[in-house]
Design a protein around this ligand. Sequence first.
Ligand code: SAM
Ligand code: MD0
Ligand code: SF4
Length: 369
Amino acid sequence: MKQTQHKLETILSQALQEDKLSTEDIIFLLSLDNADQINKLFAAAKSLRRKYFGDKIFLYGFIYASTYCRNDCRFCYFRRSNTESQRYRKAKPEIVTAAHRLAESGVHLIDLTMGEDPALYNSDGAGFERLNDLVDSIRRATGRPIMVSPGVIPDHVLSRLAETGASWYACYQETHRRNLFNQLRPGQDFDLRLETKINAHHLGLLIEEGLLCGVGETAGDIAHSIDVMHQLDADQVRVMNFVPQPGTPMAKRTPPDPRREMLISAVMRLAFQDRLIPASLDVDGLAGLKRRLAAGANVVTSIVPPGEGLAGVAQHSLDIEDGRRTNASVLKVLDKCSLRPATNEEYQNWIRCRRQAITNRESDREVAC
Ligand code: SAM
Ligand code: MD0
Ligand code: SF4
């Protein structure tokens, strides 16, 4: 116990001085199970957030534009073969109206997400053209930065989206172990998913990388992912606890300990001190926000307007229609945590600085898995 305490204090004080965490350090931190020790880790994560971001929190509105998908991810409610999930494909005016409502409510960014909708990939390119036009319309209607999360798309489409004014490309590997990836995302190309992010970065888009936890990964696998995320130089990094979904092959899996996501997220704050780390409302709804912020997150994601018939991903309906995933609800929690929403200018400055950092980066990176 005393030895563990000493080791913990050494690792945390090194991290506070910006020393890189070793694989062994990460595995050690992820094995903590004493409440006092975990609280020390969270306190260090919070103090690093304060050092780089003060009391500012960024807020992301979420629009799940189409729940059709050509893929069959074993963990996902919207996998192609799940007959239990309700499908919709929102038309442009509905999407633009929802984006406008979100912007009016005060979010800093619109995250336009979709399944890998077969309509997007039709051979004449019209689907990608519609996506590009949608991004353009949302940008004009809201003036907010836009994140696109459409799954894997060709480089020429990413390039068009960057020109049209998208700021971010989000695409989560879930794990950086090929075997586990192939189990979770059967029939999908591990390398293509990773390379698409690297290419998006080269095209000047900021990138978000993400992990799913509680799906059979070890602490060593998480440490490996953190290493790959470093090599990617990801601008936003996340982890989400797996939520079992009805109608899927993983429906009966025992969900992970709720603390697992928080521990990994706090370790991410130590490892990616000046980057963005989301607290998603999509796992435990509004009730889970405070503890995610307490683990060092500095973005709130999956803010969804009610009354638009829009779904979440891991929690397709939790807290949406009763207005608990709105900006107004989030602001009350921020206030209780002595945090405040950033201004739009502060968020846009952060994006500008990161983009500059990417432009200044000289050599090409090799990402080895
Ligand atoms: N279809 C695109 C894709 O897969 O990249 C965009 C959708 S993206 C929002 C879907 C992400 O939500 C996944 O990458 C995964 O990290 C997360 N997710 C999906 N189902 C989940 C579940 N059951 N529990 C937790 N997270 C889940
Ligand atoms: C979230 N439901 O932030 C969203 C989604 C896609 N870029 C993000 C997983 O939780
Ligand atoms: Fe489709 Fe994305 Fe769900 Fe996989 S995670 S089934 S790609 S919507």
